[in-house]
Design a protein. Structure first.
Length: 234
């Protein structure tokens, strides 16, 4: 019993006592209950920031913004407006990167909590099974009517153990999803986005067509990473 759960005790000699077999363990399990599986605000915050990053990056190429305006729009000066909007979008990137880093820190803290919840659920399942096994070993010494009472109680404990095992698996899955989300966030913010920004800067003094192609490829990768991150919540 890793967490110091109550250890199995001798079964009672009366029906009421048998119907409450393992009550001390159930009381202990009900204390300090972790948040329900799926309660994951840190992941939602990070995903929201990544989605905003994707949108800003999409609109943050000033030259491309000008090309998207029609001939009539250029006459009305809308190409200049589009370019100014793109520059404003670039200034938002810094703020979003800070928010992404803060959200990623929240994910890391959440991963530790989820690991603890997974361990607790798995250990609770093992402890419940130990109580069930101990109860079965003592059943033969009871009169048949009392055996029925204890059998019902043991079946209840066994079903609780199965639920705890399922919960442990759910926590593990959530941890794996969050770890994947964190890895995607790091790839976007630490690798793809800096490379994309550097490509945009370099295009001013280099072959613009080649740099535009590189920027478009990096943009496609950023959008793909954001889409994959969004898909985790579908």
């Amino acid at each position: 019993m890793i967490r110091g759960w109550p250890v199995p005790v001798p079964v009672a000699a009366d029906a009421l006592g048998l119907s409450r077999y393992g009550a001390s363990l159930l009381d202990a399990l009900g204390q300090g209950t972790p948040p329900p599986v799926g309660h994951d605000p840190a992941a939602a915050r990070l995903l929201a920031v990544l989605t905003q990053l994707g949108a800003v990056v999409q609109s943050a190429n000033p030259t491309a913004a000008r090309r998207r305006v029609s001939w009539w729009g250029r006459l009305l000066g809308r190409d200049v407006e589009q370019e100014l909007d793109a520059h404003d979008s670039q200034s938002r990137l810094g703020v979003l990167l800070v928010q992404a880093d803060a959200a990623a820190q929240g994910i890391r803290a959440q991963l530790a909590q989820q690991a603890a919840a997974q361990e607790r659920a798995a250990d609770a399942a093992m402890t419940l099974e130990a109580w069930v096994d101990a109860g079965h070993l003592q059943m033969a010494a009871l009169a048949p009517p009392l055996q029925d009472v204890l059998a019902q109680r043991l079946d209840h404990l066994r079903r609780l153990a199965a639920l705890q095992q399922v919960e442990a698996g759910q926590w593990q899955l959530l941890r794996e999803q969050n770890a994947a989300l964190l890895a995607r966030s790091q790839r976007i913010t630490e690798t793809l986005l800096p490379a994309w920004r550097q490509t945009l800067l370099a295009r001013r003094v280099d072959d613009q067509q080649q740099r535009d192609q590189q920027a478009a490829q990096l943009l496609a990768q950023i959008r793909a990473e954001v889409a994959s991150a969004q898909a985790r919540l579908d």
